[in-house]
Design a protein around this ligand. Structure first.
Ligand SMILES: C[S@@+](CC[C@H](N)C(=O)[O-])C[C@H]1O[C@@H](n2cnc3c(N)ncnc32)[C@H](O)[C@@H]1O
Length: 240
């Protein structure tokens, strides 16, 4: 089937978000996120460009919103440790199943795992130097997206950064993911939601133009490879 990718498939839902999702498949999905992220999310580039330069200045506080299995947070603490940098890394997710799995697989990384909406952190007056998300924006409708962007902006301290990374919806992204994952459906990805949910995610994703239209002035959209989008906001001292 060739789905219509001209508009977001907002009525479609990822299988892993269902309350009655098979627990074993859900756990396998959290575990396999690490593999997917290593291939498509370029965590090393995010670290070198955005985290390490800020980490040199002081002990930094990093928040990853919608952290899922927490692999990107653990990779980040590993890199920070290797560079001898002090940091507090918080993995936040709305789904208690994700938070429980991630916490149980911390393996000494020292990440703090929390189950809460970002609005709760804003209400608590919390602050971070870097607020990140990966593969989260496509979960949000347009009104939710606007609230989410405003909330994540409020969480950032002077000199800080918000960087939301996600997939860009396109025919090519859909076809490439379908083709690349098909040979592994019965092996590496077996027993997980990675392939069906990945395809749904691409259908739900925003294009660069849609994100630009939804975001307030001050946010910028960058395109990356492969079929990646980044929505960024850097706080100057004069902001807020
Ligand atoms: C596709 S997974 C991505 C997980 C991880 N960031 C990664 O890249 O592997 C999306 C995650 O975002 C979480 N999520 C969805 N909406 C959220 C929200 N408004 N606030 C926090 N977490 C959210 C889901 O529970 C899920 O764990």
């Amino acid at each position: 089937m060739r789905p219509d990718l001209r508009a977001r498939a907002t009525a479609e839902r990822e299988l892993m978000d269902a309350a009655d999702a098979d627990p074993a498949m859900l756990e396998r999905t959290y575990e396999r996120f690490r593999l997917v992220n290593a291939i498509v999310s370029r965590p090393g580039a995010v670290y070198r460009r955005d985290v390490r330069p800020r980490a040199r200045r002081r002990r930094i506080r990093v928040l990853d919103v919608g952290a899922g299995g927490g692999d990107l947070c653990r990779a980040l603490t590993g890199r920070l440790r290797r560079d001898g940098v002090d940091a507090d890394v918080t993995a936040l997710d709305l789904d208690p199943r994700a938070v429980a799995w991630a916490r149980a697989h911390d393996d000494g990384a020292g990440v703090v795992y929390r189950c809460a909406p970002v609005s709760e952190l804003v209400a608590g007056g919390e602050g971070f130097d870097i607020v990140l998300s990966n593969h989260l924006l496509h979960h949000l409708g347009e009104a939710e997206l606007r609230r989410f962007l405003a909330d994540t902006r409020r969480l950032v301290a002077p000199g800080g950064l918000v960087a939301h990374h996600d997939i860009a919806r396109s025919r090519l992204a859909y076809a490439a993911f379908a083709a690349a994952t098909l040979p592994f459906a019965g092996t590496l990805l077996r027993g997980s939601f990675i392939r069906p949910d990945g395809l749904t995610s691409i259908r739900r994703s925003y294009t660069a133009a849609e994100l630009s239209a939804a975001a307030q002035p001050g946010w910028s959209v960058r395109r990356g490879f492969p079929a990646r989008l980044e929505l960024r906001w850097e706080r100057d001292d004069g902001d807020h």
